[in-house]
Design a protein around this ligand. Structure first.
Ligand SMILES: [Fe+2]
Ligand SMILES: [Fe+2]
Length: 284
């Protein structure tokens, strides 16, 4: 079984998520963020170093070309979720939630608060793009904060000091405030660092509303939705969508630790939900 290979990346993917969750504990000040980052484990710092050094515009364009054509074949949502769950090392006795459980905890928290059905669906879908790990992509290219490439990096991105070694630092065109973009061109026209957010948004683009797609595409863009950075690239649509992205983020961050969802019992609801918005199989 290939599972053993998959089990190691999972531990890092989870660690990265947990770091983000702790970082965004409610009520933190800007000073708290810096203080907390400085105390991050060496492993977390190393992930961000690799991420920030390797996510060049050129890298992003190559990865978009490789994956955004959706040529890896059709899968139903359940098939995609089960595939993602193979990242779990089932010989591991600790009680960490599985990938499917994280998706269900997020979507169930959204459902309990009475949000529209499409948002419940987004809760379930939002991390399915982590299957990039199973396609062989490095962890630093799948998870963690995302940010625009091809323009100056904001110091509101976590660990901004690691951008110094990114080769794009040497390209003056990419280092002006707006870089290769026009001011207020809109975030949909910006190349974001490559990861699971952008990929799942591409997969779902034919089927979901702008609000839903913004939640998927930008859920790890903390510099924007948590720190108000990159307003020089925002257009009116982004401003209108921001509140939805923020609304979603709180469920992604704080639904963990709730009781374990009962997949068996919930399955009929989700069968209906998927059928309402999506065809039987979607291209990945
Ligand atoms: Fe995510
Ligand atoms: Fe998540």
């Amino acid at each position: 079984m290939g599972f053993l290979q998959g089990s190691k990346p999972l531990r890092h993917v989870e660690e990265w998520d947990e770091f983000v969750q702790r970082r965004y504990t409610p009520g933190r000040s800007e000073a708290d963020f810096r203080h907390y980052d400085a105390q991050a484990s060496p492993k977390i710092a190393e992930f961000y170093r690799l991420n920030h050094e390797n996510q060049t515009l050129d890298y992003v364009l190559r990865k978009e070309k490789q994956y955004f054509g959706l040529k890896r074949g059709p899968k139903s949502v359940w098939e995609a979720a089960e595939y993602l769950n193979t990242l779990v090392d089932d010989s591991d006795p600790d009680t960490d939630v599985t990938q499917i459980e994280h998706l269900l905890q997020t979507s169930e928290a959204i459902r309990k608060d009475g949000h529209p059905r499409w948002m419940v669906l987004v809760g379930f879908l939002h991390d399915l793009g982590k299957c990039l790990c199973l396609y062989g992509e490095p962890q630093w290219g799948v998870v963690g904060d995302t940010f625009p490439v091809g323009c100056a990096w904001s110091d509101q991105v976590v660990f901004p000091q690691y951008f110094r070694e990114n080769p794009d630092a040497e390209i003056p065109e990419y280092q002006s405030l707006c870089g290769i973009y026009e001011p207020n061109c809109g975030l949909e026209n910006v190349h974001m660092s490559f990861g699971h957010d952008g990929y799942i948004a591409e997969v779902m683009k034919p089927y979901l509303s702008d609000e839903a797609l913004y939640m998927l595409r930008f859920h790890s863009f903390y510099a924007w939705h948590h720190h108000d950075a990159y307003q020089h690239l925002e257009n009116e649509k982004d401003k209108a969508m921001l509140e939805w992205v923020r609304k979603f983020s709180s469920y992604d961050l704080y639904s963990k630790g709730h009781s374990k969802p009962d997949l068996e019992q919930l399955k009929p609801y989700y069968d209906n939900l998927f059928a309402e918005f999506l065809p039987e199989k979607v291209d990945w």
